[in-house]
Design a protein around this ligand. Structure first.
Ligand SMILES: CC(C)(COP(=O)(O)OP(=O)(O)OC[C@H]1O[C@@H](n2cnc3c(N)ncnc32)[C@H](O)[C@@H]1OP(=O)(O)O)[C@@H](O)C(=O)NCCC(=O)NCCS
Length: 193
């Protein structure tokens, strides 16, 4: 039986909550667990613009969403990229069922999200904790570039910084790469790593 990807709908709420809870002890995603609010609100976000689920028969086995950026993300990306926050779209909540890992599900979900972003004008961004090594490595292999790192206020002091990535194909022309992982803006010469 193959895996199909379709648009997420409201009827998927319970199944997605169960899936996120089931995979968290295996993957450590999300890092803040238990979440400070309802699990449903972590998956179904107010900023979501579109989302997809991966289905294996009747079972939901994966998820990804694309949404508008929060003020917190704009604080990171807007100064580095020199573009307005409204032009950014963020890939969020990419996860899959543990039993389906390594079968291309998240790769396909990520590609679906990238194609959606690339079909429009906005720039694709995302954030990741480097301890999610497979996800981080997948993003780098697939053309995402680290442009900043920062620790959200809620992260413990000994936790690693989040990495903030941009889809390299969509880097604004005002940005030039000065060395791997660092950008400078042509006009102001601002840099980030
Ligand atoms: C990381 C994760 C998203 C990958 O999902 P998946 O469906 O297993 O991934 P895929 O099978 O599509 O493989 C994705 C990539 O990982 C590689 N990969 C697969 N299994 C692997 C393994 N056991 N070890 C290392 N790399 C592996 C694949 O080769 C593929 O590489 P590619 O970019 O060259 O295509 C999944 O493990 C997961 O849900 N992790 C927890 C949630 C998470 O970390 N989300 C990211 C939040 S930012």
């Amino acid at each position: 039986m193959g895996v199909d990807i379709r648009l997420r709908d409201d009827g998927d709420r319970d199944a997605l909550v169960r899936l996120l809870c089931k995979q968290q002890p295996v993957s450590g995603y999300p890092v803040r667990w238990p979440l400070p609010g309802p699990v449903e609100g972590f998956i179904f976000r107010d900023h979501d613009e579109i989302a997809w689920v991966a289905c294996h028969g009747d079972e939901i086995v994966g998820h990804v969403a694309v949404g508008r950026t929060s003020a917190e993300l704009d604080d990171v990306f807007v100064p580095v990229l020199g573009v307005p926050g409204e032009s950014l779209r963020v890939v969020t909540t990419l996860f899959t069922a543990p039993r389906m890992q390594g079968r291309g599900v998240c790769g396909r979900l990520l590609r679906t999200a990238e194609q959606y972003i690339e079909a429009g004008a906005p720039t694709g961004v995302l954030d990741v904790v480097p301890t999610h090594e497979r996800a981080f490595a997948m993003y780098l292999r697939r053309g995402w570039q680290v442009v900043a790192q920062r620790r959200p206020a809620w992260q413990p002091a000994d936790a690693p910084d989040f990495r903030y990535l941009v889809l390299r194909r969509q880097l604004p022309p005002s940005c030039v790469q000065v060395h791997p992982g660092a950008l400078a803006r042509k006009a102001e010469g601002t840099s980030a790593s």
